[in-house]
Design a protein around this ligand. Structure first.
Ligand SMILES: Cc1ncc(COP(=O)(O)O)c(C=O)c1O
Length: 372
């Protein structure tokens, strides 16, 4: 059976060659495998514009993206630390929830889901929070697809001498990030989003000078970021069973990113995907949740049609039966569904999805108000 196309924020559609790379069994202590892991770590830093020589480290952590976030939050904020989360969606809320569960003193600063934290209020907030040691934000808040502008905020946080944590889960590899210019202390992401690989682990890019101060600070054994880094440094190995097949796939996915022309070329493909989606959906009478200037090319939230009979599940199943998987909404107030435009897909795939949505709207004409 043919795999459906995944218009989701991940796991997403991967290339046949990335999937094929997993057709091998490798020993986790094998020299070739250790070299593969070292190559992946170096490549991740390169994508972010830095290197080990420039004082950055890439640490791989088993588990999904949330495990990477929990690893950082539970490992780097000291017992007397205070954590400020700048949130405008579910993933910002999740970082605060992790910290609260761990008993970390936390302030959750909320913005509306269709607005980004703005530099002036962040400046004010930081001044109000002299005890805050760590500040966090989500780069692309996948709840809506909003792209939070982090440049100025990074400068504000760093000028105030606080450590800065960025959840770049759904943006890394698809939205440029230059750690040379932005002195972010911890960036967390995952292979199964814009890097177009399969799930199984997450990764953290960390400034070595701050990472080195976190020894024995972790509240968890398995998620101890410093110990994981130390282990990888000591013998190139994971402390506990590594996701070998996912790492083989990831090494191939990173090669494919290079072959495509790097992050800027990938970003251009995603932009074209997003534009094809926006144009087609508008023609069908659907409206985006976000204003255009805040919208990323990663995922787009569309409002439900103005019809009480619209049922997402029916809509979803109709598309699923035709080989397209879309994503439900996650907004706290507005009724939306989401369509991702990342993964191994192009404009034509997006147009095919829009055509299938158009056929659904013709089938159930009251669901979409526009003339189709
Ligand atoms: C911005 C962001 N943060 C965190 C996560 C959580 O990642 P995972 O579902 O891999 O745990 C996601 C997942 O979509 C995300 O988009």
């Amino acid at each position: 059976m043919k795999d459906p196309l995944l218009f989701t924020p991940g796991p997403l559609t991967t290339s046949a060659t990335v999937k094929a790379a997993m057709q091998h069994d490798v020993g986790s202590r094998d020299t070739d495998f250790i070299e593969l892991v070292a190559g992946i770590r170096a490549e991740l830093l390169r994508i972010a514009g830095v290197s080990r020589e420039q004082g950055y480290e890439a640490v791989l952590m088993q588990g999904s993206g949330t495990f990477g976030l929990e690893s950082v939050i539970s490992s780097v904020i000291p017992p007397e630390g205070r954590f400020v989360v700048l949130a405008n969606g579910a993933y910002g809320e999740r970082m605060a929830a992790i910290a609260e569960r761990l008993g970390i003193s936390t302030r959750l600063a909320r913005w509306p889901e269709n607005e980004s934290p703005d530099p002036a209020s962040v400046q004010h907030l930081i001044e109000e929070e002299p005890a805050a040691t760590h500040v966090a934000i989500v780069r692309c808040e996948t709840t809506t697809g909003i792209l939070n502008p982090i440049d100025e905020i990074t400068h504000i946080v760093k000028a105030a001498g606080r450590e800065f944590i960025v959840d770049a889960m759904s943006s890394f590899g698809g939205v440029p990030i230059d750690l040379n210019k932005l002195e972010i202390d911890y960036v967390i992401s995952s292979p199964n989003k814009c890097l177009e690989s399969v799930p199984g682990f997450s990764f953290v890019l960390a400034r070595r000078a701050v990472l080195e101060t976190t020894k024995d600070c972790a509240r968890s054994v398995s998620l101890d970021l410093f110990a994981q880094w130390e282990g990888l440094e000591r013998n190139g190995q994971f402390r506990f069973t590594p996701p070998t097949h996912a790492l083989l796939a990831f090494a191939r996915a990173l090669e494919e990113l290079r072959e495509e022309g790097g992050v800027s070329a990938r970003a251009a493909r995603y932009r074209a995907n997003h534009e094809a989606l926006r144009t087609g959906m508008r023609e069908l009478g659907f409206a985006e949740y976000l204003p255009e200037e805040r919208q990323s090319n990663i995922i787009t939230a569309f409002r439900y049609p103005d019809d009480p009979n619209f049922q997402f599940e029916d809509f979803y199943q109709h598309l699923r039966a035709r080989g397209f998987v879309i994503y439900p909404g996650k907004l706290s107030r507005a009724n939306c569904f989401r369509i991702g435009t990342i993964g191994r897909m192009n404009e034509q795939n997006v147009r095919d999805l829009v055509a299938a949505i158009g056929r659904y709207a013709r089938l159930k004409p009251s669901y979409v108000s526009a003339t189709i």
